[in-house]
Design a protein around this ligand. Structure first.
Ligand code: ADP
Length: 327
């Protein structure tokens, strides 16, 4: 491909996240501002393979900054995981004159981008779009703050009924093997504990909660559990309590997909707008195959390989805050 970029394609892929629309808007407007043509690709990589690609003008992204979800739709695409599928995607890109791609998605989507960029020498820039906050190199991801606020709203309501009935509630939140939503959700909601996959002390976590928290000073408790095969989820803990501590009145609430929806928070809109604009500036600056991140309020370029390596650290200090404040 020639080095000169005249036309970019933008897509949202994988799990949706509030703020993706704000990112699409920023990418589109910043590209047009810089004289680039913009093609909107529908349904993530699927639309690249099935040729669902249309030109986006500034008005295509009017009135969307406040909307949850993604106007470009999102999908998971098995074909793109094969060399044959990616060859079709490349042909469609060429057909529409697309020189570079902006991919808004989570770690699966960025993994796909990395492979595609290597195979066809296509400039790709990723934006971290996931409620899980599990991408390395950025302090936050687009959608995380909104999801956290949604969790907070739900847990506040659960607390009303938990207190009235003097119950122990296990509330399962999303996170896909990352404990950020559960841990910070627990701090913000004033929950008694967070069970997260980063710390595998299952027996101790439950025992400590029962003995030090619930039994001693509380008539009700809320524990946030990150959904993950490593934690086993909220049901697993409720079953254990029923068996091992039959005196407790235990309930489970799985928040599920409502965590993905809703109007993006101010923080997510600002994050998405800044990152979207930065993605175009990065491309024009000659950056290739990096994810845009914000670290300590500075824009950073994180190579795909680093962003997706799946070991974004959780601060011990946060774990401690939950523990100390739950007495
Ligand atoms: P997320 O981006 O939210 O992590 P997924 O893990 O479902 O979501 O990935 C979204 C899409 O990215 C997949 O459906 C697939 O099209 C593409 N993708 C993921 N992993 C790969 C891979 N190893 N090779 C090629 N494409 C991939």
């Amino acid at each position: 491909m020639s080095n000169k970029i005249n036309c970019i394609g933008v897509l949202t892929s994988g799990g949706d996240a509030p703020g993706m629309n704000a990112a699409i808007r920023a990418v589109t407007r910043c590209a047009i501002y810089n004289g680039l043509k913009v093609m909107g690709i529908y349904r993530g990589y699927k639309g690249l393979v099935t040729d669902e690609i249309v030109e986006f003008k500034t008005q295509n992204v009017s009135n969307i900054i406040q909307q949850g979800g993604t106007i470009l739709k999102t999908a998971r695409c098995k074909e793109f995981m094969t060399p044959e599928g990616r060859a079709i995607a490349y042909e469609n890109m060429k057909k529409h004159g697309i020189d570079a791609l902006i991919i808004i998605g989570g770690d699966g989507s960025l993994t796909g981008a990395r492979i595609f960029a290597d195979e066809y020498d296509i400039p790709c820039i990723g934006l971290p779009g996931t409620i899980d906050n599990d991408l390395y190199g950025t302090d936050s991801t687009i959608g995380y703050d909104t999801a956290l606020n949604t969790i907070l709203e739900c847990v506040d309501k659960i607390r009303d009924t938990a207190t009235s009935h003097e119950r122990l509630f296990f509330v399962e939140v999303m996170g896909r093997d990352a404990g950020f939503l559960a841990l910070n959700g627990a701090i913000a909601a004033g929950a008694e504990a967070a069970i997260i996959p980063e710390f595998e002390t299952e027996v101790d976590q439950l025992k400590e909660l029962i003995q030090n928290g619930f039994r001693k000073s509380k008539n009700s408790s809320i524990v946030l559990v990150a959904e993950s095969k490593d934690t086993g989820g909220a049901m697993h803990y409720a079953e254990r309590v029923k068996k091992e501590y039959p005196d407790f009145d235990v309930r489970v609430s799985i928040l599920g997909h409502l965590q993905r929806g809703g109007r993006p928070s101010a923080e997510d809109r600002i994050l998405a707008s800044r990152m979207g604009a930065a993605s175009i500036e990065a491309l024009l600056d000659g950056q290739r195959n990096v994810m845009i991140g914000i670290h300590e309020d500075e824009m950073v370029y994180v190579p795909f390989a680093k962003a997706i390596k799946k070991d974004k650290p959780i601060k011990e200090e946060l774990v401690n805050v939950v523990r100390v404040l739950s007495i």
